[in-house]
Design a protein around this ligand. Structure first.
Ligand SMILES: Cc1cc2nc3c(=O)[nH]c(=O)nc-3n(C[C@H](O)[C@H](O)[C@H](O)COP(=O)(O)O)c2cc1C
Length: 182
């Protein structure tokens, strides 16, 4: 049976939803796993414990806060035991409009995943294509996940998402680019 990835997201205007669908498509076209998409507010978060591999997606709203579906479920996350699980986060944001809290949600969710025992994966360098002042989702020049910007750089989303998704699959141990290249 193909391994399963649980992808849980919340999206208010559809940007994060597009990225969620794209990740699913990339993973399944690579033949690496099946991706179950869940809107995070639709069920108990306990559903997450069924999966060894998790992807969490939240945009950032109201200057440094989680998107509404995640905000609703955030207190419930404290009931989770994520020991032994790997969690990768992604989020859209607006780096020009909110340059002091760009993709903060990635940081908020990663901090919570670690608190609940998960191993965070999918960290990605902040390269020269971004312009912002501060993000709670960055440590030492590394995003704690995939940052996209559908407001200002929609043309970059596809390539960013493809690169990141393959990296996450490698860190999940579900894809080996060296074996594929050989
Ligand atoms: C009132 C408001 C506050 C926002 N705050 C932030 C923010 O603090 N940081 C950020 O990166 N983006 C912020 N955004 C931008 C959204 O995250 C961005 O538009 C994103 O693409 C929305 O994704 P979604 O449709 O998946 O929810 C804000 C947008 C609005 C309208």
């Amino acid at each position: 049976m193909a391994p399963k990835i649980g992808l849980f997201f919340g999206s208010s205007t559809g940007a994060g939803e597009r990225v969620a669908n794209l990740i699913k498509q990339i993973v399944e076209e690579a033949g690496a796993a099946e991706v179950d998409l869940h809107i995070v507010s639709a069920d108990s978060v306990k559903v997450m414990e069924k999966y060894d591999y998790l992807i969490w997606g939240s945009s950032t709203w109201n200057i440094g806060e989680l998107q509404d579906d995640w905000a609703l479920k955030y207190p419930e996350l404290d009931s989770l035991n994520l020991t032994g699980k790997k969690v990768a986060c992604f989020g859209p944001g607006d780096q020009f409009g909110y340059g002091n809290s760009y993709v903060d949600a990635i940081g908020i969710l990663t901090e919570k995943a670690v608190q609940r025992g998960a191993e965070p994966v999918g960290w990605w360098p902040v390269d020269g294509s971004y312009e912002f002042e501060f993000s709670r989702g960055v440590v030492d020049g590394i995003f704690m996940g995939l940052a996209v910007d559908e407001d200002n750089q929609p043309e970059k989303t596809l390539q960013r998402t493809v690169n990141w998704t393959y990296w996450v699959l490698e860190e999940f141990g579900l894809y080996d680019s060296k074996a594929v290249a050989a």
